[in-house]
Write a protein that binds this ligand. Structure first.
Ligand SMILES: [Ca+2]
Ligand SMILES: [Ca+2]
Length: 121
């Protein structure tokens, strides 16, 4: 258990050190802010940390986690909360342009003309 906690802390520190916190909205008409895992109405690196913790503490027997998340945790909008949402969030921040305040990677479900490819996870 101690190793798991240390591992999670190191993971969180590494994530925070590589991804600066930014306040970016990815709002949709549904009111869900895709990527806002902790429900603070912003998409920041803290949301990646929360999502990782949610999945780390997920109990497959009860299908619950001791870590709370908001509806925005489904960052790719596919109806599931899983590792693919972490991938989408990481790509979102990797492609984030601080001058324009936008990322070339969209959060939420893809439109009809944005077919699936491994590049858009
Ligand atoms: Ca958030
Ligand atoms: Ca998802």
């Amino acid at each position: 258990m101690f190793k798991k906690i240390i591992s999670l802390l190191l993971c969180a520190i590494m994530t925070l050190s590589f991804i600066p916190a930014v306040g970016v909205f990815a709002a949709k008409g549904t009111g869900v802010i895709y990527g806002d895992v902790n429900g603070d109405k912003e998409v920041t690196s803290l949301d990646i940390v929360r999502l990782k913790r949610y999945l780390a503490f997920y109990d497959f027997d009860t299908e619950t986690s001791s870590v709370e998340i908001s509806a925005g945790a489904d960052a790719n909008g596919d109806g599931n909360v899983d590792a693919l949402d972490i991938v989408r969030l990481k790509r979102y921040f990797a492609e984030f342009d601080y001058e324009t305040g936008k990322s070339t990677v969209r959060l939420g479900p893809l439109g009809d003309n944005e077919g699936w490819s491994p590049d858009i996870l």
